[in-house]
Design a protein. Sequence first.
Length: 343
Amino acid sequence: MTDSDLIKLLEKYKNKDCTNDELILIDHWYKLLNEGKDKQLPTNVFLNEKKYIDEQFSLLEQKIKGNIHQTKSRRYFSIFDYRNKLFKAVAATVFLGIMLFFLWKKYNAVSNKDIRLIENIVQGNNREIKKIILPDKSIVWLKGKSKLSFPSVFIDSIRSVSLDGEALFEVSKDKTHPFVIHSGRFLTRVLGTSFNLKVDSTSNTLNLVVLTGKVMVTQLDKVKNNIKPIYITPGKGLYATINGRSNTYNVKFIANITQKKIIDGTEYDMNFENLSFDIIKKRIENKFNVSINANDELYKNCFISADLTDQSLDNSLKILSIVLGANYSIKNKYINITGGGCN
């Protein structure tokens, strides 16, 4: 640092006009003074300047001794305050994020619970069979004056419904979410299958006929001759009763069943033998409550043989598209079939 620069720097310090870097420079210069270095200015400095500096030494030395440390301390605490404020800001942000997360979890849990508790109850009558499509796309044909209760959304690991009466079930396949029917003192459990179930909660009787897959039946409460769950396979049936007085559980297996009587009045049977595309298209639309858009001219000569019984909408469309050599797309309840065709 030249003498001229030193004079200017001391002048700025005197007027309290130094920058942080200049304060650091003065601090360094002062340390050199204490070490006996640069105490004497070079001889090329003008006398008046030299005098000026000597005067400044007597005035500034004590001020520098006190203020340089204070300035450093202020800078230190200023940085500390900044870091402290930054830490507080980050901590507040993290805390706010955690609180928002837990509030969201709580709100979401309450919302899901509210959705689950919105129960749909469908009551039939003697003159018709009501078709019900459940949230998981399972189809239920409710018979007579039967009553079916189910949630608006299946959000638990088990798809649970309640039945009082008789219904034909075509359950969507889902190995990770069993389908359970509560009916009186009985519980019926499946993964994905079709069956007819008739339960009378008053007389504690159950009548089951399995069309496809495997169905498990058990009692909800303990009875005297408590037995293990019973599994019924396709083409077989079960008649079970629980005696109210003796509280005993009796079962009878049915070897021969009549499928036609069970599926009458439903759209369960989707086995097609040499039927036109137009007929099959309408059958799919009616069963799944969808609308299919296709070029009728392109498929008017198509006659199809395929068994779509107990198949989901997506599987039914896949099989149909393979037969036609076509492609399909699904958007909500609207389906487009394009390409392929028959000569």
